[in-house]
Write a new protein. Sequence first.
Length: 578
Amino acid sequence: MPKSYPIAIIGLALLAQACGQRPATDDALSRAGAVRGDVAKPATPTRVVVGVRSDVSNLSSKLSTDNTSTTTSGNQRFLSNSPLVVYDAQGNTLPRLATELPSQSAGTWGVFPDGTMVTTWKLRPDAVWHDGTPITSRDFQLALQVYQDPDVLVEDRDPERKMDRIDAVDDKTFRLYWKQPYAEANRLISGQLEPLPAHLLTTAYEAGDRQAFANLPFFTSADYVGSGPYRVTSWEKGVQQRFRAFDQYFLGRPKIDEVVLQFLTDSNVVVANVLTGAVDLTTGFVLAQQSVPLLHEKWDASGEGQIFVTATHTRYAQIQQDPAKRGNPALTDVRARRAIAHAIDRESIANVVTSGAAPATEIMVAPNDPLYARAQQVIAKYPFDRSRALALLQEAGWTRRGEALIGANDEPFTLELRTSSSASDNVTQNDLIAADLNAIGVQTSEVGVPTTNRDNEYRATFPGLWTAATPIDVPGSLARFTSDQCPRASDRFSLSNLGCWSNREYDGLAQVVTTSLDERAREDAELQALRVLTQDVGIIAMSYNTENIPVRRGLVGPRARWPAQSGTTWNVHEWEWR
């Protein structure tokens, strides 16, 4: 069944007509930006070249701490790994490795009087690892051990930290016991309790050296043995990965023989590769939103493909409130945070950054979601108003003197703005935010963080504002900003609440959102959590990030995805050239 609050696709632009696939030769694949000649009939075997933003540190679904977005890593890992559950393009929940979803009506989801639970999972009888070994309950038992182990560097311990243990009923059936109620217990999607091959990894894990285990070449090379439709055959770090169709995949052998992922970080290079035919599609946020009009112009004339546009993320700014990290003590004053929100012309910025494709927003909910209209009645709003911003700052002790804001001790109001420089969209947005804040006297400095900077501590210790994007996934997106998600050295700075905003009321509401099995109670808690988040300015929502997927004509299968699904490649086994 779909989630209670469907997040609609904002737009879908289809271009008329197109051309067939170029000959699938290694020479053609190696020419980044080579001029596309006459299109020939697809060769055999078939191949698809996909442009992605960046490489990942490893192919496991949980052991990466490389700071690539979930969209970037998800697109790569759907090739090699299979989760228990996926969402289709409409948000319907479908079993993948599982044969069915646990449910209370079927007796496979039980809730005990003390609030603990048990879900029974049945695995596909024909599911095997890439080496032909059957996937069994033991693989999930090992996975839970690893993902809960504090000595193993795990990117995200949710929802595994809510789990208690796994009891194997037989090789293809296991019972998963939960420490607490969890509303999404029957939707374990990509990155959630994905299995590990126990027959290959148990000995290394039980040897006791957890760092050595996490750094095994198994996870970072063509030695990787996964459960997905493709097996990695070569990996040139930072350049490309090659994947070969897995003949024994339980949903049938993929129709495309080989998938090549090319890592493209420069927006101009991305457009050139798409237009010249060096890549057949891009996924994630490789194609900058400002580049979409140009590609439309070219493809409208040539009829070479179609572009799928989906609102998948909310752009937002986190505000550093940890005393040990912040560069300006004023950020802990809600009046100053509200002033910053009023000073930013989000409507104009959204129009520029998204090329008019998406509006500004106050919350991490899509406009077509039924929750959005209800939230408008309760949330705090901060329309662009410089006079109001200056009035709030005056209340907080800051006075405008000439072109600068000055505090009680004659100190200037300074603010560092950081963002990932991997996409021009981010840099453009940061420039515009800086200009708006400069206009009220804030002295800003801008820092672009390259994709190659994978230092979690550096990212978590920004002193001012960090602008980023979070998936449109209520309730998941709400859980990112609870107090317990504040990054600390003990967690290797890997948690999601980078600004360390803390609000006890919000934490309690988020707990209801993620644990209550009462749908009405969850809905009410979601609304109230959004109210608290906006009133206290825990973050500043900006606009929507659209994922623009150009697909060359003749390639059938890639299309707009459900926002909570971490990758366009979720159905890669169905792709084909026609």
